[in-house]
Design a protein around this ligand. Structure first.
Ligand SMILES: [Fe+2]
Length: 130
Protein backbone atom coordinates (compact mmCIF):
# COMPACT_ATOMS: atom_id res chain seq x y z
CA UNK A 1 0.00 0.00 0.00
CA UNK A 2 1.45 3.42 -0.90
CA UNK A 3 2.33 5.69 1.99
CA UNK A 4 -0.51 8.08 2.71
CA UNK A 5 -0.28 11.73 1.76
CA UNK A 6 -0.26 13.87 4.87
CA UNK A 7 -0.42 17.60 5.47
CA UNK A 8 1.95 19.24 7.89
CA UNK A 9 0.71 22.11 10.01
CA UNK A 10 3.44 24.72 10.45
CA UNK A 11 3.69 27.52 13.02
CA UNK A 12 4.08 30.02 10.20
CA UNK A 13 0.50 29.29 9.13
CA UNK A 14 -0.71 30.97 12.32
CA UNK A 15 -2.27 34.40 11.88
CA UNK A 16 -2.22 35.54 15.51
CA UNK A 17 -5.86 34.91 16.41
CA UNK A 18 -5.92 31.94 18.79
CA UNK A 19 -9.42 30.75 17.86
CA UNK A 20 -8.95 30.97 14.09
CA UNK A 21 -5.49 29.42 14.25
CA UNK A 22 -6.75 26.48 16.31
CA UNK A 23 -9.61 25.96 13.86
CA UNK A 24 -7.31 26.06 10.84
CA UNK A 25 -5.05 23.51 12.51
CA UNK A 26 -8.03 21.27 13.22
CA UNK A 27 -9.07 21.46 9.55
CA UNK A 28 -5.63 20.08 8.71
CA UNK A 29 -6.00 17.29 11.25
CA UNK A 30 -9.43 16.35 9.87
CA UNK A 31 -8.08 16.37 6.30
CA UNK A 32 -5.24 14.10 7.44
CA UNK A 33 -7.79 11.58 8.73
CA UNK A 34 -9.30 11.44 5.24
CA UNK A 35 -5.86 11.17 3.66
CA UNK A 36 -5.02 8.05 5.62
CA UNK A 37 -8.42 6.38 5.38
CA UNK A 38 -9.12 3.96 2.55
CA UNK A 39 -12.25 2.03 3.58
CA UNK A 40 -15.48 3.52 2.28
CA UNK A 41 -17.45 3.86 5.56
CA UNK A 42 -14.42 5.43 7.26
CA UNK A 43 -13.83 7.72 4.32
CA UNK A 44 -17.45 8.84 4.27
CA UNK A 45 -17.40 9.54 8.02
CA UNK A 46 -14.11 11.47 7.80
CA UNK A 47 -15.35 13.41 4.80
CA UNK A 48 -18.52 14.41 6.62
CA UNK A 49 -16.47 15.48 9.65
CA UNK A 50 -14.29 17.75 7.51
CA UNK A 51 -17.28 19.19 5.62
CA UNK A 52 -19.16 19.93 8.87
CA UNK A 53 -16.18 21.43 10.63
CA UNK A 54 -15.32 23.55 7.59
CA UNK A 55 -18.80 25.11 7.71
CA UNK A 56 -18.52 25.64 11.45
CA UNK A 57 -15.13 27.30 11.03
CA UNK A 58 -16.30 29.55 8.20
CA UNK A 59 -19.27 30.72 10.26
CA UNK A 60 -16.98 31.50 13.21
CA UNK A 61 -14.57 33.36 10.95
CA UNK A 62 -17.32 35.33 9.23
CA UNK A 63 -18.93 36.21 12.57
CA UNK A 64 -15.61 37.53 13.81
CA UNK A 65 -15.14 39.60 10.66
CA UNK A 66 -18.69 40.92 10.84
CA UNK A 67 -18.40 41.78 14.54
CA UNK A 68 -15.26 43.77 13.82
CA UNK A 69 -16.75 45.56 10.84
CA UNK A 70 -14.63 44.01 8.09
CA UNK A 71 -15.65 45.85 4.92
CA UNK A 72 -15.01 42.99 2.48
CA UNK A 73 -17.04 40.40 4.38
CA UNK A 74 -19.24 39.56 1.39
CA UNK A 75 -16.26 38.96 -0.82
CA UNK A 76 -14.78 36.70 1.84
CA UNK A 77 -18.07 34.82 2.24
CA UNK A 78 -18.00 34.16 -1.49
CA UNK A 79 -14.52 32.65 -1.20
CA UNK A 80 -15.78 30.37 1.56
CA UNK A 81 -18.73 29.25 -0.58
CA UNK A 82 -16.36 28.50 -3.42
CA UNK A 83 -14.16 26.46 -1.10
CA UNK A 84 -17.13 24.39 0.06
CA UNK A 85 -17.98 23.64 -3.57
CA UNK A 86 -14.38 22.65 -4.32
CA UNK A 87 -14.28 20.42 -1.26
CA UNK A 88 -17.43 18.64 -2.31
CA UNK A 89 -16.08 18.22 -5.87
CA UNK A 90 -12.79 16.78 -4.55
CA UNK A 91 -14.68 14.14 -2.59
CA UNK A 92 -17.16 13.25 -5.33
CA UNK A 93 -15.44 10.01 -6.51
CA UNK A 94 -15.46 8.76 -2.90
CA UNK A 95 -17.21 5.47 -3.65
CA UNK A 96 -15.01 4.43 -6.55
CA UNK A 97 -11.62 6.09 -6.21
CA UNK A 98 -10.26 6.76 -2.73
CA UNK A 99 -6.80 7.49 -4.13
CA UNK A 100 -8.28 10.12 -6.44
CA UNK A 101 -10.03 11.72 -3.45
CA UNK A 102 -6.77 11.73 -1.52
CA UNK A 103 -4.82 13.36 -4.33
CA UNK A 104 -7.49 16.01 -5.01
CA UNK A 105 -7.92 16.84 -1.31
CA UNK A 106 -4.18 17.06 -0.69
CA UNK A 107 -3.78 19.45 -3.62
CA UNK A 108 -6.78 21.52 -2.52
CA UNK A 109 -5.63 21.83 1.10
CA UNK A 110 -2.12 22.85 0.09
CA UNK A 111 -3.44 25.42 -2.35
CA UNK A 112 -5.87 26.68 0.25
CA UNK A 113 -3.21 27.27 2.87
CA UNK A 114 -1.04 29.19 0.50
CA UNK A 115 -3.83 31.26 -0.95
CA UNK A 116 -6.72 31.45 1.49
CA UNK A 117 -5.12 31.34 4.95
CA UNK A 118 -1.89 33.11 4.15
CA UNK A 119 -3.29 35.76 1.81
CA UNK A 120 -7.03 36.28 2.20
CA UNK A 121 -7.53 35.45 5.88
CA UNK A 122 -4.31 37.22 6.77
CA UNK A 123 -5.36 40.42 4.96
CA UNK A 124 -8.77 40.34 6.60
CA UNK A 125 -7.40 39.75 10.10
CA UNK A 126 -4.75 42.44 9.68
CA UNK A 127 -7.46 44.96 8.83
CA UNK A 128 -9.71 44.05 11.73
CA UNK A 129 -6.90 43.77 14.27
CA UNK A 130 -5.52 47.22 13.58
FE1 LIG B 1 -11.40 32.62 5.51
Amino acid sequence: MPESLQLEWKPEYCLGDALIDAQHERLFALANVILKTTDLPGLMRANLDLANYTREHFIAEENLMEARGYSKIWEHRGLHELWIQKLSLASSPIASDSEGVHIALHKLMRGWVLQHILVEDMNALKKIQS
